[in-house]
Design a protein around this ligand. Structure first.
Ligand SMILES: [Zn+2]
Length: 233
C-alpha cells in the first residue's frame, strides 16, 4: 500500500537537496547580476527588440508579465513575456533573461527540432502528470498491477518531457550569449557575467530532471519493475 516509505527519501532526497541548492544559487546569481549595470544602458525589453530586429523576426511581440521570474516565450501567442525586473531592468540579469527568452523565439522561427518535439509532448506530459499518481494510487489500493504499471508509464512522460527540455534550454542560453556578444550589446566581460546568471538558471532544470528521474526509478523499484518485490510491505 501507499504510505510513508523511508526508501523514497533515499532515492529522491539527494535530487531534492540539489534542487534546493540550485534554487538558492539562481536567486543569488540573479540578485548579484541585477546589481551590475550594463554599459549600453538599454532595458531588457529594448535588448529583446534589438535581437528580434537583427533576426528579422517581425511577428513576435514583447509585453510585461505579472509576478517575479514569470519570464517566458509563448509560441502560440508569439509573445515574449518579461517580468518587470527584466522588462525595465538595465542590468546583467535583465539582459541575460531577455536574450534567453528571445533565444526561444529564434528556435521557434527556425523550427529548432528539440523545441518542436518538446511542444508536441507538452499535452502528453500534462496528461501524464495529472493521471500518474491517481493510477498508481488506485492500482495499489485495488492491488491491480497493470494499473500501477500504467501510472508509472504516465509518470515517465514527464521525465521524457524534461529530458527533451534540457537541450532546448541550454541552446536558448548559448544563443543568447553568442547573439549579445555578436550584436555588440555586451562587452566580453559582461558576456561572462551573463553566463553566470544563465548557467545558474540551467542548473535548476538539471536538478528538477534528476529529481524526476530518481522518482521514476523509485516507483519502478517500489512496485517491483526493477530490483525489490512488488509484494514487499
Ligand atoms: Zn528557457
Amino acid at each position: 500500500m501507499i504510505g510513508f516509505d523511508p526508501m523514497y527519501f533515499l532515492f529522491v532526497g539527494p535530487g531534492m537537496l540539489l534542487a534546493l541548492w540550485a534554487q538558492y544559487k539562481v536567486k543569488s546569481a540573479f540578485n548579484s547580476g541585477h546589481e551590475i549595470p550594463v554599459a549600453s544602458g538599454l532595458s531588457g525589453a529594448q535588448v529583446a527588440q534589438k535581437i528580434l530586429d537583427a533576426y528579422s523576426i517581425k511577428n513576435v511581440g514583447i509585453e510585461e508579465a505579472d509576478g517575479f521570474m514569470g519570464d517566458h516565450y509563448d509560441p502560440k501567442a508569439k509573445m515574449l513575456r518579461l517580468s518587470h525586473e527584466v522588462y525595465s531592468g538595465r542590468s546583467i540579469s535583465s539582459f541575460g533573461v531577455a536574450a534567453h527568452e528571445v533565444g526561444h523565439a529564434i528556435q521557434d522561427a527556425e523550427k529548432y527540432a528539440p523545441l518542436v518535439i518538446r511542444n508536441g509532448i507538452v499535452p502528453l506530459a500534462s496528461i501524464g502528470s495529472n493521471l500518474s499518481f491517481f493510477l498508481m494510487f488506485i492500482g495499489a489500493m485495488l492491488n491491480y498491477y497493470n494499473l500501477i504499471v500504467l501510472g508509472i508509464g504516465a509518470f515517465s512522460l514527464i521525465v521524457i518531457f524534461q529530458l527533451i527540455n534540457l537541450p532546448v534550454e541550454f541552446d536558448a542560453s548559448n544563443r543568447a550569449r553568442a547573439i549579445l556578444l555578436k550584436q555588440g550589446l555586451v562587452s566580453p566581460s559582461e558576456e561572462k557575467e551573463v553566463g553566470k546568471v544563465l548557467n545558474a538558471a540551467a542548473m535548476t532544470y538539471v536538478a528538477a530532471t534528476i529529481t524526476s528521474i530518481m522518482t521514476l526509478i523509485y516507483y519502478a523499484y517500489r512496485y517491483g519493475l526493477i530490483g525489490g518485490s512488488k509484494n514487499d510491505e
